[in-house]
Write a protein that binds this ligand. Sequence first.
Ligand code: SAH
Length: 350
Amino acid sequence: MPQNITINGKTDILSLTLPQLEAELERLGEKKFRAAQIYDWLHVKKITDFSSMTNLSAQLREQLEAIFCINSLFIVKRLASSTDNTLKYLYRLYDGEHIESVLMEYEHGNTLCISTQVGCKMGCRFCASTIAGYKRDLLPSEMLLQIYEAQRDSGRKISGVVLMGIGEPLDNYDNVVRFFDIVSSQEGINMSLRHVSLSTCGIVPKIYELAKLRLGVTLSISLHSSDNASRSSIMPINDKYDIYELVSACKDYFKETGRRVSFEYAVISGVNDTYDDAQKLNKLLGGMMCHVNLIPVNKIDERDYTSSKKSTMRFKKYLTDMGMNVTVRRTLGADINAACGQLRREQEKK
Ligand code: SAH
C-alpha cells in the first residue's frame, strides 16, 4: 500500500482505510475507537468539516484540522436524459481537472459508473477518454466522492458501482484496491463488493494480483475482438499482453474467485462483426463460464467507427446460435452523450 496521500501538504483523510486512520489516531495519543467515530462522520453522515464532529473534543478537532484535509468534488454540469432516468455528472477536482460519472437506473437499483483516472494512457482507438490525454490517477477519496455527490445530488440510493468511466482502473491499482477497502467498510457505506464491477482493457499481471485478493468484485474485460491482429489494431494494450494471455488470466480469475467473468464487445461495422469473428470468439471463450455483453459502438467525433442496431443483433444471433451466453447492453442516456469521456473532452476543448 502507498504511503499517506497528501493534498496541499495535508493528509487526505477520505483516502484512509479504517486501520490506517486508527494508526493515525494512536500516533496522536488517542484511543483507537475514535477512528470509527470519525469514519462515521465522514462516510456515513458525510460532513465536510472537522468542526461538525461534535462527539470529539475541541482540541482533537483542531489537531485533525491541522493534519488532515477533507477532499471534495464540485458538480460543474449535470445532464438528465429525457428518455430514461440516466444522469450524467461532470465534476471538477480540487486541482481543476475534470472527470465524469453516469448514474443509471435499473430494475434492481441504481448503479453509478465512476472514473478512475483523469484521462487514460491506453490509447484504445474508439474511446474518447484517451483522446483528451492522461493527466493523473484519481485518489481513493475521489472515487468515493463520485458516489457520495451523485447520491446527495440525485437523492437516489446507489446500490452498485462499475469502474467503467474515464481511465484504466488496473493502471491505478493501489488506489482502486484502497477504494474497495473503504467503500466496503462496515463503518463506512458498507457496500458489498459483489455489487461492484471493474472493467479493464487487459493489464494481465494486475488481473492475477486482483484474483488473489478474492474480493468478490466482478471482472469485466473490454475484449472487442476475437484475434490478436484485429485486437491490436484497435487496442494497443494487446501488443503488450495478447488475447490468449488475457483469456488465461480470466480463467484464473474465475478459478480463484468463483466469479463469472464478463466480456464487453463493442460491435464495430466492418471491423469485428462478421460470422467469422463470431466463430473465432466462440472458439476463444468456448467452455468458459462467462458472459458476453455486446455494445453498439458509440460514435465519437474524432473517429469514423460506426455500428447499427441491426448488425449488433445479427452478431448476437450468430453467437447465441453457437450456444454462447450473450446480451446486448441497453443504451442508456443516449441523448446526453453518456459515452465515456465525451463531456470531459468537450470541457477540455473550451
Ligand atoms: N479502461 C477500462 C474502463 C473504461 S472504458 C476498460 O477498458 O474497460 C469502459 C468501457 O467502454 C470499455 O468496455 C470500453 O471499451 C468501452 N468504450 C469506450 N469507448 C467506447 C465507444 N466509443 N463505444 C462503445 N464502447 C466504448
